[in-house]
Write a protein that binds this ligand. Sequence first.
Ligand code: SAH
Length: 346
Amino acid sequence: MHELIEKLCSGAELTQSEWLRVLDERRGADDEELFARARAVREKYYGREIFTRGLIEFTNYCKNDCRYCGIRRSSAAVHRYRLTEEEILSCCESGYALGFRTFVLQGGEDPYWTDARLVPLIEQMRRRWPDCAITLSLGERSRESYEKLYAAGANRYLLRHETADAEHYRLLHPPEMSFANRRRCLRDLKDIGYQVGAGFMVGSPGQTNLCLAKDMVFLQELKPHMVGIGPFIPQHDTPFAKEKAGTAELTLFLLALIRLMLPRVLLPATTALGTIDPRGREKGILAGANVVMPNLSPVNVRGDYQLYDNKICTGEEAAECRGCLERRIASVGCTLSQSRGDFLER
Ligand code: SAH
């Protein structure tokens, strides 16, 4: 095992140049041992229980124009949809019956969903399912907006930082977006009291090991409760249509390193990982992940939420998804949990 990974295992923080060495000097032959260590750390805190979050993709309207994303505003070919409040609540209702105790409202940055519309929706979810966590993933908003949504009953917020390298950030995003504002959002969210998820795509165009080293240092400092990473996968209608996808191998390596760096972190084996490799999510669990996020969106809109090409699980009903995941998780010696799956503070 690399001496710096040993150092990480002993609880020490690594500097940016040390992270760069870990990435540059990676030897695939050591991966299995690294994964075993990451699993042991996960098991020490969370056992063999894998938490689930029911994902509700409630709008694909977006005012942003991120170059990698299939629902960016310039994509004229996308059929736009927006679930009604009744449809969202009915997704929660069927999700609850299936055993989900976390609902994630994710969408594009849709100006329709103002605070005035979101607050009553969140309040209603909070009243009807008091034992569930409500997670939001709605992109960048003002601090005041984040405060209102938190006061209405939201508990968690997922906002990937995407890349901690300002220049790389500019390559991936339109000029009106900045890493500085992304970081401001993440700090505000944490400050307000949300359990916060950051993260990035692996193998996005222009990403170097130095970018990844900066990502690791950024996460080490921010100490988010959750880290979502998955391979970049090109979408045919975006400027990155012809770019290469990220690999499962590098994603698994990074998942294990993140588990060792932030031992209690909630770490999803993402749908993108399951898309790039048919057993990607299982392999993610074996590399230290402990969360899966199946889709609760109505089947008729799933095909319209295609952030990238060939996304899996767009045809099945939520119940089938849960059954399929249960079998997959069992195949790697774990079980699907029915708890909220909160971050372990101590
Ligand atoms: N609008 C919300 C939700 C974004 S979608 C927000 O800004 O947070 C959730 C994540 O999907 C993004 O953060 C991004 O990292 C990932 N994603 C988008 N396009 C992708 C692609 N082509 N390949 C892989 N992941 C992608």
